[in-house]
Design a protein around this ligand. Structure first.
Ligand code: G1P
Length: 291
């Protein structure tokens, strides 16, 4: 069965981006001229996803509004003959893609957020994209490649990236099977945010996943950890006992827009990629020397 549905958990408060996230959902904070979540949804759509499931919070309506049609705005732009921007506004979500919102009634963690979408997934394989992380692939869309790997192997896929040892305690970390001293792409262990001296490797879970529906069985069984959260990584570790899970090594860039420095890097990266901004912006960056 094809992977057509993607869960985007967006219910979190975004404490790392306070005070802005006090009244703007962190996913709606602008990277160049569009909210951060737009990049993640475009990545999913380009990979062939046709159903986006937002797992959201009552205070975050602006995310749903962004992906909805705004007929009044469209009529105004039409009347003013602003065709280019009208086209962009209309193209945010192509006609063949649906955006659905479900609520996460309590902040019980990422694993719980994924469980909130279980009924909509309806026993199919599906993707999970964490919208804090922007992924810009340097070759073919990496999420699409993960879906192709899934089609070929029927094994769940986890995108990973090598990180500095000092950062392993901020991520889920995976260990790979070794064959004649070389790593294969089969995962043999998964740990959520290990201490540096206990991490099985420096391969971090980036926030892009393809799961078989069996993950739900283990999410139901997973107990909250000491922070009160049901961890997706814990359910993945259980799934690994009955099914293969494979690592997909990112080929490209990631930016953690949930952190201030990651957000700033994302703005510079995506602005420099824009042909209408590149020259002026790079000239400006070359003049900066604040110490
Ligand atoms: C979550 C996951 C973690 C993953 C990370 C990627 O953690 O639990 O396994 O490595 O996203 O950003 P969070 O950053 O939500 O604490």
């Amino acid at each position: 069965m094809n992977v057509k549905k993607a869960i985007l958990p967006v219910a979190g408060f975004g404490t790392r981006l306070l005070p802005a996230s006090k009244s703007i959902p962190k996913e709606m904070i602008t990277v160049v001229d569009r909210p951060a979540i737009d990049y993640v949804v475009q990545e999913a759509v380009a990979a062939g996803i046709d159903t986006i499931i937002l797992v959201t919070h009552p205070a975050k309506h602006s995310i749903e509004n962004y992906f909805d049609r705004n007929k009044e705005l469209e009529a105004l732009l039409e009347q003013k003959k602003k065709d280019k921007i009208l086209d962009e506004v209309r193209r945010i979500i192509p006609d063949h893609v649906s955006v659905i919102a479900v609520r996460q009634p309590e902040p019980l963690g990422l694993g719980h957020a994924v469980l909130c979408a279980e009924k909509i997934i309806n026993n199919e394989p599906f993707a999970v994209l964490l919208p804090d992380v922007l992924v810009d692939s340097t070759d073919k869309n990496n999420l699409q490649q993960m879906i192709e790997q899934f089609d070929a192997s029927q094994a769940s896929q986890i995108m990973v990236e090598d990180v500095e040892p000092s950062r392993v305690d901020q991520y889920g970390i995976v260990a790979l099977e070794q064959n004649a001293g070389q790593p294969t792409n089969n995962i043999v262990a998964l740990v959520e945010k290990p201490a540096v001296d206990q991490a099985p490797s420096t391969l971090a879970v980036v926030g892009r996943y393809i799961f078989t529906p069996e993950i739900f069985t283990y999410l139901h069984q997973t107990q909250a950890d000491k922070s009160g959260e049901i961890q997706l990584t814990d359910a993945m570790a259980k799934l690994l006992e009955i099914q293969k899970i494979q690592a997909f090594t990112l080929k490209g860039y990631t930016y953690d827009c949930g952190s201030k420095i990651g957000y700033l890097k994302a703005v510079v990266h995506y602005a420099l990629k824009r042909s209408d901004l590149n020259q002026q912006f790079s000239e400006f960056l070359a003049t900066i020397n604040h110490k």
